[in-house]
Ligand binder design. Structure first.
Ligand SMILES: N[C@@H](CCC(=O)N[C@@H](CS)C(=O)NCC(=O)O)C(=O)O
Length: 210
């Protein structure tokens, strides 16, 4: 299998994080430069369907796009540690928090970065007002995570799940514009620190400067 990846972008990072948690090392990683437009090359789009990363290409040539679909596929192949749920109830609760983390936090923060960071002008017809509204929505939704984390270490159940990975990567992408969770969100702060300390947090990430 081959993973079409790119180091700084949040959606491919979900896949690398899951691979690291599960100890998956037998997938070839092909690194794309989004800034150079590798994702828009006709061969890549013809093969994968959209000018986006990540994509997992199976040995039979099937291409799976959408980071969460790739992560679910990896969960089927490498079931431990479980990240998507063991029982119907757990699976539903993890799905609920994964969707909230993605739709309410990760997506707005990603839109905020894309529409306000100067380097993102290469990828986006920027609308700074939309960027600011998106950032405000993403930050407000962190309050929802903070309430959920008040009485628990992880978002969805008593262990790390996909919901934590999606939520944290969304928040951490905000570092591009020096965004941090508001200090009064102490539960988010503690959870984010626990996520940052996991070895998987470093998977495929460039070494810090200095
Ligand atoms: N919903 C997709 C989103 C994929 C996506 O937006 N990928 C971004 C990187 S995070 C990308 O490839 N952008 C290329 C571009 O904007 O030209 C997923 O979860 O995989």
């Amino acid at each position: 299998m081959k993973l079409y990846d790119t180091p700084l972008a949040p959606n491919p990072r979900r896949v690398r994080w899951v691979m690291a948690e599960k100890g998956v090392e037998d997938i070839e990683v092909v690194t794309l430069s989004l800034m150079n437009g590798d994702q828009r090359q006709p061969d890549y789009v013809a093969k994968t369907g959209l000018p986006l990363a990540p994509v997992l290409e199976l040995d039979n040539g099937t291409c799976i796009g959408e980071s969460l679909a790739i992560c679910r596929y990896l969960e089927s192949l490498y079931p431990e540690p479980n990240l998507f749920g063991r029982t119907p109830e757990e699976t539903a609760i993890i799905e609920m928090w994964t969707r909230r983390a993605e739709l309410m936090v990760a997506h707005p923060l990603m839109m905020g970065v894309r529409h306000t960071h100067p380097a993102m002008a290469a990828l986006e017809q920027q609308d700074p007002a939309l960027g600011q509204r998106s950032l405000a929505a993403g930050i407000a939704a962190l309050g929802v995570l903070d309430r959920q984390l008040e009485s628990r270490a992880w978002l969805a159940c008593d262990r790390l799940t996909m919901a934590d990975i999606v939520g944290f990567i969304g928040l951490d992408f905000g570092r591009m514009i020096k965004l941090r969770a508001p200090q009064d969100l102490t539960h988010v702060g503690r959870w984010a620190q626990a996520m940052r300390e996991r070895p998987a947090a470093r998977a495929g990430m460039p070494a810090p400067a200095g």
